[in-house]
Design a protein around this ligand. Structure first.
Ligand SMILES: NC(=O)c1ccc[n+]([C@@H]2O[C@H](COP(=O)([O-])OP(=O)(O)OC[C@H]3O[C@@H](n4cnc5c(N)ncnc54)[C@H](OP(=O)(O)O)[C@@H]3O)[C@@H](O)[C@H]2O)c1
Length: 270
């Protein structure tokens, strides 16, 4: 039997994509999972997949960028399952556009979900996670390792998660809390996935080539392993590991390549 059997996990932003795949893998290990997202219809559709497979799952619609919704999310989980062992801060949204073209709404939306949407649930869940010597996981991105052109606000939001996770890990080491951060690379998206355009409005993303992207299941498996082995940080995919190595040891070369590639892209779009 898995060590995760009987544990209660909240996975924010789990009505689709990486969050849903991770929740399904945890449920297969015997975890009781709380699904979350803002859109009730999407959430109930995801919940039925879990219930049809015989898993113990519960869905709570809540916007994690709002403190009161996060309080409600944790309270309802405790009411329903009586405990909380794992919180995966997965809900996130990306953006597109060079910094000079961005509407300020982009800042608010991207920081709202990616930063406050991780801070609020973590703060509210912390006493419960500590009580059970549980796991607090942050889903970051390769964009959180170095600022990427056209992703400035998203990169900085994901970088914030590095500092948050490091501080919480040190502060709670004596209490036995496990804190992990996962740097996720290019991942296949579900139909309907959106990003935020420079004007601050939602934009539908095209389906990505499966050749260059990991599947949400591959990411989910790595997250489950991170919890089981109580790892503190991991960078995903072979290309991602090479990228992280170059950032650490050859940052100037990478920056020059970035500038060259960006110039070529600009010429291409002229
Ligand atoms: N996909 C990639 O290539 C990639 C790469 C690196 C890192 N990541 C990170 O991995 C995580 C998951 O990405 P994904 O591609 O699986 O995302 P996705 O397919 O776009 O799904 C996002 C999920 O989050 C929910 N969500 C969005 N805003 C929310 C909010 N304010 N409150 C609660 N739920 C919210 C969405 O449901 P509702 O819309 O109904 O709220 C949905 O369930 C994100 O943190 C992302 O930054 C992804």
């Amino acid at each position: 039997m898995s060590a995760l059997a009987g544990k209660v996990a909240i996975i924010t932003g789990s009505s689709m994509g990486i969050g849903k795949a991770t929740a399904l893998l945890l449920a297969e290990k015997g975890c009781k999972v709380v699904l979350n997202g803002r859109n009730e219809v999407k959430l109930q559709k995801a919940l039925s997949t879990f219930q049809n497979a015989g898993h113990d799952a519960f869905a709570i619609a809540a916007d994690v960028s709002k403190w009161d919704s996060c309080e409600m999310l944790i309270e309802k989980c405790l009411e329903h399952y009586g405990r909380l062992d794992i919180l995966i801060n997965n809900a996130g949204v990306s953006m597109r556009g060079s910094f000079d073209t961005l509407d300020k709404e982009v800042f608010e939306k991207v920081y709202g979900v990616n930063v406050y949407g991780a801070l609020y649930p973590s703060k509210i869940a912390l006493p419960h996670l500590k009580k059970n010597k549980g796991s607090l996981i942050f889903i970051s991105s390769l964009a959180g390792l170095k600022g990427i052109p056209d992703l400035s606000v998203y990169s900085s939001a994901k970088m914030a998660l590095t500092a948050i996770s490091q501080s919480i890990r040190i502060e709670n080491a004596a209490a036995g809390l496990h804190v992990g951060i996962m740097y996720v690379g290019f991942t296949q998206n579900e139909p309907g996935k959106t990003t935020i355009g420079a004007d601050g409005q939602d934009q539908l993303l095209e389906k990505r080539s499966e050749k260059f992207a990991q599947s949400p299941q591959q990411v989910g498996k790595a997250v489950v392993k991170m919890i089981e082995r109580r790892r503190s940080r991991q960078t995903l995919s072979f290309a991602g590991k090479i990228y992280a190595f170059i950032i650490q040891f050859f940052p100037r070369i990478l920056e020059r390549i970035n500038i060259l590639v960006q110039k070529r892209m600009e010429n291409y779009y002229k």
